[in-house]
Design a protein around this ligand. Structure first.
Ligand code: S3P
Length: 164
């Protein structure tokens, strides 16, 4: 049975997924690593050459091929913005979906000037609007919201405690 981590850029999905993977002895799949394999290009290259809509379709394909496997899935922060991905996630029967969150300013600090994140590497107001526009969706999708203001180990323990 899969386990899904969602949340904005910089919330720690990939790091926490790997800690959980070790502790639960499960394979970790990072959708941001699957997408370049499907597209034959890096994420910034997809945005530059094919645009965001094409990126979202690759992201959906990556999600679809991964769901149902007994793995921990680290999604990209924008997985909630595309109708097909969002409805797939909201319709999951036995989700556990965990929303990792922190105050926007903290997240922005972690992601600014990261060239690998085309949507994070913009003016703070634009990125804040993006965060605000997604927040309700992360909350609607998740079974549990977990703060990542604590250490990554504490965050992972909180998720494991919720599973048991
Ligand atoms: C995106 C987040 C990124 C990556 C892409 C788009 C977004 O993933 O999928 O750059 O729209 O928020 P992370 O959340 O892992 O940075």
């Amino acid at each position: 049975m899969h386990m899904i981590l969602i949340g904005f850029m910089g919330c720690g999905k990939t790091t926490i997924a790997h800690i959980l993977g070790k502790q639960l002895n499960k394979k970790v799949i990072d959708l941001d690593a699957v997408i370049p394999e499907l597209a034959g290009q890096t994420i910034p290259e997809i945005f530059a050459s094919e645009g965001e809509a094409a990126f979202r379709e690759y992201e959906f394909q990556a999600l679809k091929q991964t769901l149902g496997e007994d793995v921990i899935i680290a999604t990209g922060g924008g997985v909630v913005t595309y109708g097909k991905s969002y409805s797939t996630l909201i319709e999951l029967k036995n989700r556990p979906v965990y929303f990792l969150n922190a105050p926007f300013e903290k997240l922005y600090k972690r992601i600014q000037q990261d060239e690998n994140r085309p949507l994070g590497n913009q003016d703070i107001e634009k990125v804040r609007d993006l965060y605000q526009s997604r927040l309700g969706k992360y909350k609607a999708l998740s079974d549990l919201e977990v703060s990542t203001l604590q250490t990554v180990e504490e965050t992972a323990s909180e998720i494991i405690a919720h599973m048991n």
